[in-house]
Design a protein around this ligand. Structure first.
Ligand SMILES: Nc1nc2c(c(=O)[nH]1)N[C@H]1C(S)=C(S)[C@@H](COP(=O)(O)O)O[C@H]1N2
Ligand SMILES: [Mo]
Length: 195
């Protein structure tokens, strides 16, 4: 199987420096895939916010949108025009009572993975919580039942099996960020690793 293909000129313009187009949709997970029973599934918010616990049905009740987004893994593969269905981050945010001092968000996941983003990078209109991939329920290996997708940052910021958000004033680093990855991770600026 040929894993990488040479992009067309139109595609090239959308591939950030140092990245290649992947064929298919590779799976990248550190550790094992957590198994989550939908009835037990919970999503919590805490920190500089009124603490709240959401059930899976609460997310299903929010407006569902279709999203097309490019996906850039820092290990140098990219996939253009990935088709997702899910809930806008801003729709969840509008339900929360967040302190104005909140400047950072740490995303938590089933399985223990964490990844941090600045509040302003998190609350963008084009960020979402994905429930479906190409029209099918999001598979466990791609983060099902729900993951975040933050298209403008490297894909390690798109938390699979997400189950919580901590809002803080000071930055708290996530798993890869603690291990030397860049705290922001913007692919066009090649913000791969902390200097
Ligand atoms: N919970 C969790 N989320 C995660 C990861 C992980 O290991 N655990 N890997 C990250 C990385 S490095 C990438 S590139 C993408 C990969 O998503 P995919 O497996 O759906 O391609 O998920 C990100 N989110
Ligand atoms: Mo990645």
């Amino acid at each position: 199987m040929k894993y990488f293909h040479k992009p067309s000129p139109e595609e090239s313009e959308r591939v950030p420096p140092g990245q290649h187009l992947a064929k298919g949709f590779p799976v990248l997970t550190y550790g094992t895939i957590p198994q989550i029973n939908l009835e037990d599934w919970e999503f919590k918010v805490w920190g500089l916010v009124e603490p709240t616990v959401f059930k899976f049905s609460d997310f299903l009740a929010l407006p569902q949108h279709e999203f097309t987004a490019d996906f850039h893994c820092v290990t140098r593969w990219s996939k253009l025009d990935v088709k997702w269905t899910g809930i806008k981050v801003t729709d969840l945010i509008s339900l929360l009572d967040i302190d104005k001092k909140a400047a950072h968000v740490l995303q938590y996941c089933y399985g223990g993975y964490t990844t941090n983003v600045e509040f302003k990078d998190f609350v963008r209109e084009d960020n979402f919580f994905a429930l479906k991939l190409y029209g099918e329920p999001l598979s466990p290996e791609h983060g099902g039942p729900m993951r975040s997708v933050i298209p403008h940052l490297y894909a390690w910021k798109s938390a699979k099996w997400i189950n919580g958000l901590e809002f803080t004033e000071q930055e708290k680093l996530g798993f890869w960020e603690e291990n030397g990855y860049h705290s922001r991770g913007e692919p066009w600026g090649e913000e791969r690793y902390q200097n």
